[in-house]
Ligand binder design. Sequence first.
Ligand code: SGN
Ligand code: CA
Length: 528
Amino acid sequence: MKKIILVVGGITILSFLFIKCMPEKEPVKPPNILYIMSDDHAFQAISAYGGSHLRTPNIDRIAREGAIFNRSFVTNSICAPSRAVLLTGKHSFINGKVDNIHPFNWDQDNFPKILQRNGYQTAMIGKIHLDGIPQGFDFSMVLPGQGHYYNPDFLIEGERKRFEGYVTDIITETTLDWLKNKRDPDKPFCVLYHQKAPHRNWKPAPEYLTLFDDTTFMPPENFFDTYEDRGSAAKEQEMQIDGHMQWGHDFKMRTSPEGEETRFGNELKRFNEEQLEQWLAAYTPKNEAMKAANLTGKALAIWKYNRYIKDYLRTIKSVDDGVGEVLDYLDESGLAENTIVIYTSDQGFYLGEHGWFDKRFMYEESFRTPILMRYPKEIRPGTQINQLIQNLDFAPTFLDYAGVEIPADFQGESFRQIVSGEKSEWRDAIYYTYYEYPSVHMVKRHYGVRTDRYKLMHFYYDIDEWEMYDLEKDPQEMKNIYDDPEYAQVKELMHERLVEMQEKYGDSKENDEAFLEAYLESMKERNK
Ligand code: SGN
Ligand code: CA
């Protein structure tokens, strides 16, 4: 017995000494967050999503080494509201930023503020499109409003300064400079690296002005859509490439083929001499060739599509280059392993589907948004995510990774365990609202619900029309089946889902009326 006690005692002392002598275990360091958002980057223009027009090797790398989200969506497909949802983790009708016109209240809590309170160093670089000085950031350098592609102004902590050069490169350089030289290496960081590109009017960088000059792209199958079998919202929009784009602003011609002077000459006044020379050397011969060809009808529409898509893709080339530089820096500095990298956009975009550009609609191409994500510690390379994720989920997800309590009033859910593969059950329906009407592009006010297979939408204000689509049978959403008797039961179920969503998130007719009144008031002010 004595022997046993002695032996046990000895082991205890020995193991105590052993533990004492071991170097102290480093506490787990919260992950860094590098959140890359581009403006209006359609998933169709990312090669990892199967986009075939342009290769985006650096953006693709995030998916190859991590995860790609195949069913990711926004809650309101327009710029400023989408960013407000990202920051607050709340639907537009709760955070108050329902359209690009309503003011955003920076005083409300947001995820960067919470990260800051929990020891993170935070930065916001690029386009945020929310008035006022950004709150929640140790450093902010943002474009005022939409910003310019060439020689842009930036607001640094609220102070305006002009930079010489190309906006995408400046945003990348500033982000790298912050990571390399301004960061406190003892703190985890969260940086929002937000590109302006590929937002309208798609001015490419000097080095890509002639990229694709020898290629002709064919538009999507439904480019010549005539909108039959759908309601008035699809028919009455103003977002057709062949119809609503302008010779100057969009097609970049100083005189139209009819010989009328456009306002594009004014836009070129911002360029310096060298930039102007390079620009004119690239575009003048293309514009002259176009005029000489005397195109009409479908051939002209296809030329317009090509001018649009090429400029759009050219601006993305610079975005992809920037992603490559930043990923390389993470590798070189040893930061890659403990850094979550996200690539996403503020919504989707039409690249000729239905004949359109722009976004706003709850139809798939604008409702969806790309999400690619890498975090070597938890995400297996090549992961495919098929759950219905929304931009509402970013804020809670980041807090979850940071090990911080998620406020009860956040409306999204953390998808951390979805990407790691630890769980698979998830929501089976998502909710959408859109408010900015009457306004540019004239997309009517609507809201709706989407499940895995079906989508139900209500267009209201100056119309009262319902639309429903079977996304399995009709992925291009060409046929409204709302009144199809074969779908009567589905329709009933979808209406139930819609009410359920509105109750869950706290949306109501009263919300809507209040926003509408304020909107019409501010439009009156603007038009005075
Ligand atoms: C500008 C664009 C529109 C675009 C809105 C909203 N016109 O008004 O085409 O829909 O921004 O875009 S432009 O003549 O200025 O290019 S958003 O991304 O900011 O929501
Ligand atoms: Ca946008």
